[in-house]
Design a protein around this ligand. Structure first.
Ligand SMILES: C[S@@+](CC[C@H](N)C(=O)[O-])C[C@H]1O[C@@H](n2cnc3c(N)ncnc32)[C@H](O)[C@@H]1O
Length: 294
């Protein structure tokens, strides 16, 4: 794991971007009306973010990226809300504190159709500390779930073929490029095998056509083929490489639609000089994607 000082030098912005993300502020005020305005919740936000950071030095935590709703910025967001209203179920895999699920509920989706899942089980208690909605939130939270673990999605699992939609926000880039096809395949085993079911999300991407490869400095070192320890590979996908990834993850006899689009990377919450220097050649954008079964 990266040490805290190095992580902070690249991936830390002190103040929460309350003015860049009024939707996040409105969501918190929805369950915590005692906060009259955005400024009044800054101390609480900093306290919760620091607790999350001490659990893991994720760039998205230090840079406040979790404070924007990746899902609602997608063009298919109204469709997602509508499908949930009709009784479908969504899985937010790698949900962190469950911001996107709560936003769906605020926008009219029934909470019974929302499943949050994460490797960590410490995010959810933190989210209840922030939203204080433990008694009213009816969505599901599953902690301690590793997408690499076959027990999660294999025969006999309650999650197997259960979900109409699976959202992966800033998730796929956590895995080395050679592993990502397996990850999508594992997710596919939780998706209902019916027309219209879909996996969608966003990832840290690049404007370069063929993607951009780096070493993941925030991830623990792994042994390479020579038996030496090194940081795992990290890929910034382009729209082309993410479509290639999705297409290579499904069977040749299956019919799917694949869509990927660039959108701007959230610069309101970035970057320190060290961040800019570290990623100077990456031409970072956000890449949004969706694979939908025909
Ligand atoms: C970068 S955060 C993204 C959070 C949120 N989806 C968003 O868009 O802001 C990645 C999340 O994936 C979770 N995660 C990491 N590895 C995982 C794994 N192997 N299985 C399940 N979740 C994992 C982390 O705990 C973290 O909450």
């Amino acid at each position: 794991m990266i040490d805290e000082a190095t992580a902070k030098s690249k991936y830390w912005v002190e103040e929460p971007p309350i003015h860049a993300h009024p939707d996040a502020v409105a969501l918190i005020r929805h369950s915590r009306p005692e906060f009259q305005n955005a400024e009044s919740m800054v101390d609480l936000l900093k306290d919760i973010r620091l607790k999350a950071w001490k659990i893991k030095y994720y760039p998205c935590v230090g840079l406040w990226h979790f404070f924007k709703f990746g899902m609602m910025q997608l063009p298919i967001y109204p469709e997602i809300v509508e499908r949930l209203r009709q009784g479908q179920r969504i899985l937010d895999m790698g949900c962190f504190m469950g911001f996107d699920g709560r936003k769906l509920i605020m926008d009219g989706a029934p909470s019974e159709g929302i499943t949050n899942m994460d490797l960590e089980d410490q995010w959810f208690p933190l989210s209840y500390e922030l939203f204080q909605d433990e008694d009213s939130f009816k969505g599901e939270f599953f902690g301690g779930c590793d997408i690499n673990d076959e027990k999660l999605f294999g025969e006999g699992s309650i999650h197997r073929h259960r979900y109409d939609m699976i959202y992966i926000g800033y998730f796929i880039h956590l895995f080395p490029p050679k592993r990502q096809r397996v990850i999508i395949n594992n997710l596919l085993q939780m998706l209902k095998p019916v027309a219209g079911s879909m996996i969608f999300g966003n990832t840290a991407g690049t404007a370069k056509e063929n993607g951009y490869l780096m070493k993941a400095d925030f991830a623990p070192p792994i042994k390479n083929e020579k038996g030496e320890f090194e940081r795992p590979d990290f890929i910034f996908h382009s729209t082309r490489t993410v479509v290639d990834l999705m297409a290579s993850s499904v069977g040749e006899d299956e019919e799917w639609e694949f869509i990927a689009e660039k959108s701007s990377f959230d610069t309101d919450t970035s970057p320190t000089k060290a961040f800019a220097q570290h990623f100077k050649d990456a031409e970072i954008v956000e890449v949004d994607f969706c694979m939908r079964r025909k």
